[in-house]
Design a protein around this ligand. Structure first.
Ligand SMILES: Cc1ncc(COP(=O)(O)O)c(C=O)c1O
Length: 386
């Protein structure tokens, strides 16, 4: 009998998002941990899914995705001044996660180096390691969690295959600007490396800050995979439908992986999204103000608390420093504090340290404010009493 003696993934454990949501269920806590809305998507979108479920759109779609949806994405990008070809440059995937995974598998060879930034979303490094690549981690600089382009220039070499960026940024809510993209294009100009740009919160930027996409930056667009998620934009995280936009040569490579990974993505949702995007072209433009109101409401409610809220320029996450809480609490590390808050106070949050390989000794947790106002009010009432 064959025995699996060595795990391919000895260090992998349950993600902090799953762990905290489970704990929230166990203790019936208000769940401000995992990033999903506690409100419904647009009724028209649900109606469209129901319609397509009942009208026979239940079999495999094209491997690259329903063409009508890819065309709707192309039309939407055109409204933002970005040209794309739905046939050769857009691939629908099972969530942004699958697009990220496929892009990494498509270009990373064993021993290639991939630069990622800490703190950062948790699915990049495991995908690089599965491809046999080596992860090079750089710290985002405090206090604004920005890329240090000198530090990036210092680690680039002929071994660098990929640089992974994320804006609007989970978990810090920081943004990459057009000027930052110029700097990125400049530092990587002499290297044979690609950019994987995780833009799943593209429609959630605040205070009139524009989203700077690699797709709008010609030098970067030529060597980038840009990844998006309908889950975030349309309040349907459970549908797991996302997409990747990349030049034809890169799209051809990502599709080779997608084809043998999931092959296709859920059919009726793709048709429904295609209709909804065409019928409501202004939807995305309202999303920033919708979440900006939630951010402002939550921050105003929390002003009376002893948590210090960090700036939040985008996403639906708010970081909070709890160093000013009484010593028995501020002495706890963030993992311990997040558990305590969930179990003893009934508010579940995400500690910041799992977003790092080597976390600093900080006292910061992440709140998700993609919640109904009443949920935020109930949570803030408890948090203000601590
Ligand atoms: C930065 C970032 N990238 C990717 C994803 C995954 O998106 P999806 O659910 O569409 O796979 C998330 C989800 O939380 C995220 O925050």
């Amino acid at each position: 009998m064959l025995l699996l003696t060595d795990s391919k993934f000895p260090d992998a454990r349950t993600s902090i998002f799953t762990a905290m949501t489970q704990l929230a269920h166990e203790y019936d806590a208000i769940n401000l941990s995992q990033g999903f809305p506690d409100f419904e998507p647009a009724a028209e979108l649900i109606e469209r899914v129901t319609y397509y479920l009942k009208s026979g759109k239940n079999q495999y779609p094209l491997m690259s995705g329903v063409l009508e949806l890819r065309q709707a994405i192309t039309n939407q990008l055109a409204r933002d001044g970005i040209n794309s070809d739905p046939e050769t440059e857009i691939t629908i995937t099972s969530g942004a996660t699958e697009a990220l995974f496929c892009a990494i598998q498509a270009v990373v060879y064993p021993s290639d180096e991939v630069v990622i930034f800490d703190p950062g979303y948790d699915c990049y490094a495991p995908a690089v390691e599965l491809a046999g690549g080596r992860v090079i981690r750089l710290a985002l600089t405090l206090p604004h969690y920005q890329i240090d382009f000198d530090a990036l220039a210092a680690v680039l070499s002929e071994k660098t295959r990929l640089v992974i960026i994320n804006s609007p940024h989970n978990p810090t809510g920081s943004l990459i600007t057009h000027e930052h993209l110029d700097q990125l294009a400049h530092v990587i100009r002499d290297y044979d490396c690609y950019v994987l740009s995780d833009e799943v919160y593209e429609r959630i930027t605040f205070d009139n800050a524009p989203h700077a996409s690699v797709l709008a930056h010609p030098q970067l667009a030529a060597r980038s995979f840009a990844v998006f998620s309908f889950g975030k934009t349309y309040h349907v995280t459970g549908w797991k439908v996302g997409y990747c936009v990349a030049p034809p040569e890169l799209t051809a490579e990502i599709r080779k992986i997608h084809q043998f990974n999931t092959f296709t993505t859920v059919t009726p949702m793709q048709w429904a999204l295609a209709d909804f995007i065409c019928e409501q072209p202004g939807y995305g433009a309202q999303l920033s103000s919708f979440y900006e109101q939630k951010r402002d409401h939550f921050r105003a409610l929390m002003a009376a608390s002893r948590f210090n809220l960090l700036p939040c320029h985008g996403t639906y996450f708010q970081l909070a420093d709890y160093r000013d809480l009484p010593p028995d609490l501020s002495d706890m590390d963030d993992m311990e504090f997040a558990r305590w808050l969930t179990i003893e106070k009934g508010v579940a949050v995400i500690p910041l340290s799992p977003f790092y390989k080597d976390p600093p000794d900080a006292r910061i947790v992440r709140f998700c404010f993609a919640k109904q106002d009443e949920t935020l009010e109930q949570a803030a009432e408890i948090l203000c009493e601590i």
